[in-house]
Design a protein around this ligand. Structure first.
Ligand SMILES: [Ca+2]
Ligand SMILES: [Ca+2]
Ligand SMILES: [Ca+2]
Ligand SMILES: [Ca+2]
Length: 374
């Protein structure tokens, strides 16, 4: 049967190899054309033989499954199949005997509880799918940034460290962008994305854009004398919301601890599908300054394409802004990760860690916020 070839429901004909795999004990353990550990027969699933013929002048349809034959009432047969000789086999196809990973979700067939159902869902800005092993081309990119004596050829969004020495020219007051500029970067990059879509900027243009955003945000806070600002840490989510409003962009801020876990996830997912990045702000300054201890702070993670795992970095999300640009859901692991832009690069956040952390509450500080573009 394997050598003869089998026609699948999608019209593809599968033929498999003729030499059965011999196990360590010297016994044939079956044909395994793709070497995934499942025999071709196991992958093709249960064989069903369908026969229709005349018996004593009457048409009879039978169906044989694993040695047992059932007679099917004539009335259930489609009219175009009645009164003709039939004899064929069908299989309730389990997985492809010529592919180790039939559904391409990175779990090989023997390790995949649903070998024909993609268990990894990714959502990109605009609602497409993406491969976490491939860098996102779809958001903001900054080219040829001179920083630390080197040139950064291609950064994923901005990095507040590039602005470490920026001061207000007349007074020489350091704006502390390096420590506290993540909100400016997030606000700037999302606005660029909303205006121009996926786009790249050379350093001088990008720098000007960030400084404009900075002064716009500062003006929002301390109008009419923005030069009085000594620290961008004053930028809170509601300032970004107001800044956007003045620029014709409607946004809404949600405190994470007040929203149901699944509902936030669905809301983030809908926003990404609508091509709207989401700004995430962890506001826990006290923990960031070491004044209180939280027992479950979380870190930015990177995707390791060799293992398929999301590995911790040193970047703690205590008092930090990032922009959510994608979502990765693994139904086998029952895990969700948010792809975020931070420090000029792509990172991931474990959704459970993110949500659990934001359930703390005390009288002196507050949990994180999400800023959604309407
Ligand atoms: Ca196989
Ligand atoms: Ca297979
Ligand atoms: Ca698979
Ligand atoms: Ca699967």
């Amino acid at each position: 049967m394997e050598e003869q070839g089998l026609l699948l429901s999608n019209g593809q004909v599968i033929t498999t190899q003729t030499n059965p795999l011999i196990g360590d004990d010297g016994h044939a353990i079956g044909y395994d054309s793709d070497g995934d550990g499942l025999s071709d027969g196991e992958e093709l699933g249960t064989m069903i033989r369908i026969v229709q013929r005349q018996v004593n002048g009457e048409w009879e349809l039978t169906c044989t499954i694993e040695g047992t034959t059932y007679t099917i009432p004539n009335s259930t047969i489609a009219s175009y199949l009645q009164n003709m000789e039939l004899d064929f086999y069908v299989f309730n196809y389990v997985s492809n005997p010529n592919m180790k990973d039939t559904d391409g979700d990175s779990y090989e067939d023997p390790n995949d509880p649903r070998p024909r159902y993609n268990d990894i869902i990714t959502i990109d800005l605009g609602g497409g799918r993406y491969d976490p092993a491939v860098n996102d081309e779809g958001y903001i990119h900054v080219k040829n940034v001179p920083f630390d004596g080197k040139t950064i050829v291609d950064a994923y969004g901005g990095n507040q460290s590039w602005f470490g020495n920026v001061s207000i020219s007349l007074q020489g007051i350091n704006l502390l962008m390096e420590d506290t500029g993540c909100g400016v970067i997030a606000a700037n990059d999302v606005e660029l994305y909303l205006r121009n879509g996926a786009s790249s900027y050379n350093w001088p243009d990008y720098r000007d854009s960030v400084m404009n955003t900075f002064s716009g945000l500062s003006g929002t806070i301390f109008t009419p004398i923005p030069v009085n600002i000594v620290s961008t840490s004053a930028i809170s989510p509601s300032y970004i919301k107001n800044y956007y409003l003045w620029h014709g962009i409607l946004a809404e801020v949600y405190s994470i601890s007040n929203i149901n876990k699944t509902r936030i996830k669905n809301k983030i997912s809908r926003s990404l599908k609508n091509n709207k990045p989401v700004i995430l702000m962890e506001n826990d300054r006290l923990a960031s300054w070491g004044l209180v201890n939280r027992n479950n702070p979380y870190k930015l993670r990177t995707f390791d394409s060799n293992s398929g795992d999301f590995l911790d970095t040193d970047e703690m999300m205590l008092f930090h802004y990032v922009t959510i640009t994608g979502m990765y859901q693994n139904r086998i692991m029952d895990k969700t990760y948010l792809r975020v832009q931070s420090w000029g690069d792509e990172y991931y956040i474990d959704y459970d860690e993110f949500y659990d952390y934001n359930q703390y509450s005390d009288m002196i500080t507050w949990s994180g916020d999400l800023l959604f573009i309407e």
